[in-house]
Structures are given as C-alpha cells and as structure tokens.
Design a protein around this ligand. Structure first.
Ligand code: AG3
Length: 282
C-alpha cells in the first residue's frame, strides 16, 4: 500500500509526498521527527508534520540564508545560527573565511539523526574547528549571551508551537543586542502567499529595534506556496544595496561553489512584489 506524507501547515491547502521508505521516525524530546525517502526529492526530514528540508532543494534555502547576509556584510568574522539542526546552514556559513560560527539548536536528536540519515546536508561541517555547537534554547541564548555576532541567522521551523518565541519583538530586540554595530539579522519568514498573520507581523516587530528592515525572496519548491520570504534587519541600509560586482568580488574571495546562489541573484532577491512590500511597510 502506498504511504503518503501529508503536510499540515496551511489550513485549506497542502502538499503530499510519497513515502518510498521510512529511514527513521521518533518522538524526540521536542517534536515528532520523520526522515524518509521520496523518489523525486531524495531524503526528506519532517518535524511535527511539516517538511523542513530535502536533499533535493535544501541548497536553495541554505545558500540564500547564509551567503546573502555574510557577503552583504563584507567583513563578518562571527556568525550565529539559531536552530539549523540538519547542519546545512552551518556548512554554507563555513564556506566563508569566518573565525567562528556558533550554532544553538534546541533539539540534539535533530542533529544526531541528521548526521546519521542526512550526512550529505552538513557534509562534514560539524567537524570544522570553527564550528561551535551548543544544545540550548536559542531565545534564551540571545537574551543572555555576552558574545557579539556580525550576522545572526534564524533557521527555525514555522511559528506553530513553542518556537513562536523566535517571532516576537522581544526576541528581535535580544538579537539586536547580540549583534555588532551594523550587523545583520535574517530569519525564515514563511511563504507570504499562504502565510498566517504571525509572519506578516515580523517586519513591524523588527522595526522597533532596527533602522532598516526589509525582506528578500527565493522560491524553494518543497516549501509549497510560491516564493519564500527571508526577513532582513540591520541598522545599515548599505548592506542590502551593494551591486553585483561588489558582491561578486567578495564571493570570489570566499571561493565557494553553489547550485542556486549567484551575485546577480543576490542583488535581485531584494526586489519585492508589491504585496510583500506592503507586509514590510505595515
Ligand atoms: N526551516 C524552515 C522550514 C520552513 C518550512 N516552512 C514552510 N514550508 N512554509 C528549515 C530548516 C532547514 N535547515
């Protein structure tokens, strides 16, 4: 009998993925986790009924959330990732000549199981001496840390449960405090065409703490619903206005391979549909 994974993220539309083979399934301390194979998508990881990553298109999301802020910053030495248990974000951050990448993941099981069943996503990143891995509550970490970071990347799931705290004004204020002057915060902010209001309110909340707030976009096929938005907050508007040549020069210095990211796409990703502009301005 054919088994299907039915995603339960949006109220009245959704996607189903055929489960060709279950590699692992368990209730971790924090969430329901499944890793399965699908003929088209390769290996898929779902948490609490929502597709988190697939070997088919993880590169789009991870490249855009790591390379865009790091290259826009231009002089980042220290990066913080909140979440990111599969290690794909860590791997893309470590493509750059950084001193350290701190990753704060609340659920150790996600890391362990991704290492076992999705090792191609982190591709050795956890062994890099510049990787500083902490198993802890990310919201608490940013509220309390004395460390300062040039870029903070919030690689979270959607605000459906306890992780709603990662979408609050208070959390963004703590991120601001943990950034160096002119530092950049980026967060995954859902698919605007299908989204719950929670994510639309992100920009107004960020604006309470940052002088320059916007979004940039990429389409990730398995985050169904069209384009996905990444929220962007900094006090330095120049960081989202570099031209493609400047970005290309920095990318060449980092010297990495990508499958989605290009310097011209980087620049273009800040061009927003009117509807997203309205969310940003609201
Ligand atoms: N975190 C973002 C998952 C977003 C899913 N949302 C959605 N389908 N609208 C992914 C973790 C990858 N490191």
């Amino acid at each position: 009998m054919t088994e299907w994974y039915t995603e339960a993220l949006h109220e009245s539309v959704g996607q189903i993925l055929r489960i060709d083979r279950i590699l692992h399934q368990e209730r971790t301390q924090h969430q329901d986790l499944i890793i399965f194979e699908n003929k088209t998508l390769g290996r898929v990881m779902g948490l609490d009924g929502i597709v988190q990553t697939t070997t088919f298109d993880e590169h789009i999301y991870h490249e855009m959330m790591a390379h865009v802020p790091i290259l826009a910053h231009g002089a980042a030495r220290r990066v913080l990732i909140i979440g990111g248990g599969d290690g794909g974000m860590l791997r893309r951050c470590l493509c750059h000549p950084l001193d350290q990448v701190t990753m704060v993941e609340i659920d150790r099981s996600v890391i362990d199981l991704a290492l076992e069943f999705l090792p191609m996503i982190s591709a050795g990143a956890f062994e890099d001496p510049r990787a500083n891995l902490l198993i802890a509550d990310g919201a608490r970490f940013v509220a309390e840390t004395e460390d300062r970071f040039d870029v903070i990347i919030v690689d979270s799931s959607d605000p459906t449960g306890p992780n709603q705290v990662l979408f609050t004004e208070e959390f963004y204020g703590h991120c601001k405090r943990a950034l160096t002057p002119g530092g950049i915060l980026v967060t995954q902010n859902g698919v605007p065409y299908l989204d719950h209001g929670e994510q639309k309110r992100t920009y107004g909340r960020m604006r309470q703490h940052f002088g320059d707030v916007t979004a940039y976009v990429a389409a990730v096929p398995t985050y169904q619903g069209g384009m996905m938005t990444f929220a962007w907050a900094s006090d330095n508007p120049a960081h989202r206005q570099w031209d493609a040549e400047t970005i290309a020069g920095r990318a060449a210095k980092s010297g990495f391979e990508s499958d989605y990211y290009t310097p011209s796409l980087h620049v273009a990703s800040f061009a927003l549909p009117r509807m997203v502009e309205r969310h940003v301005a609201a």
